[in-house]
Design a protein around this ligand. Sequence first.
Ligand code: PMP
Ligand code: GLU
Length: 386
Amino acid sequence: MARFAKRVLSIEPSATVRISDLITDLKARGEKILSLAIGEPDFPTPAHIIDAAKKALDDGFTKYTPAPGIRELREAIAEKSQKDNRIPAKPENVLVAPTKHTLFMTCMALLDSGDEAIIPDPGWVSYAPMVTLAGARPVPVRAADMEGFVPSADAVSEAITPRTRLLMINSPSNPAGSVYSRDAIKALADLVKDHDLILVSDEIYEKILYEGEHVSPASLDGMFDRTVTVHGFSKTYSMTGWRLGWLVAPSPLFKEISKVQEHTITCATAFAQKAGVAALRGPTTPLQAMVKEFRARRDLVLKELATIEGLSTHRPTGAFYVFPRYDAEIDSATLSERILKEASVAVTPGSAFGEAGEGHLRISYAASRETIAEGLHRIREVFARI
Ligand code: PMP
Ligand code: GLU
């Protein structure tokens, strides 16, 4: 009998990945499922990005690249970080890797057994398992529902112990679509400095922003040296399948995290990196069109949700998720299953995102307006029966 490591036995499979795979299976079997579950833009990758990858393949750009990424991509990312985010990044601070892997490597490089990492609750499904895989303890900090689950500095401060090593934040956020204000980020940054922690800032939804400003903590006074900023191409350029992202870290952190890259994936896919350059240097019109459409869909979702009795929703200002709370006495996994069985609509149970997510559903509006309208109509009928 195989024996498994405690670290892997103590985590669950990813709920979001499972649901996404389940929907693909059901659809392949001919079932007509309306999906409001998947955290993936439903737009094609823009043509100029695909052309750059094709050209790279035709040019034979199919070998290992330098471990941290090709120079031109690291330069483009450093420029983007300086220009859009006011992060004083040099190409030497940029490590190219799939976004999920950047987070995992950061945990592996910074956490020891017995260490603690503070994560938002609710927060993205993979933060806690990544901390656990690195041997440390995830410490979820509950955040207030109607404030969009942005963890307050007070709550984070209470969770800090002598074992705390890092704090993870995510703005715009998954699953609530909230955007942390400048003041909120400043307050968290002050805690990080006061307690000598590292901040991991997941900014993958940066560009999917409808109101307000995106603040990168690494741009704040004294924060570059203690922040790992992670980002990627998946959402901004509709490139989930390309598995391409990056992190920006000060040199001492970069050096240690790079070792994990060199001993795991070596480098990101060569021709995908060329596509990444085209994405960053190319026209922004596809992104603008996508965000405009997402905004209209957000408004549609909010309008429809308001007609469902027993639901209340914080108004999201970024990403493509809404995270309504329901009154019914039923757990979110059972409710999501009922919605799938009775209405053929897939949503993600709030419990997938932490204890504080229970009693909520995550609705992704990375789906057509017709799917959204029909899906929510069917959800309304399920709610009428419970
Ligand atoms: N962070 C957040 C908040 C996410 O929602 C996701 C999901 N895709 C990731 C990181 C990972 O991104 P990728 O799939 O590009 O690795
Ligand atoms: N991040 C997306 C989601 O939350 C994609 C799946 C995943 O990587 O978790 O649905």
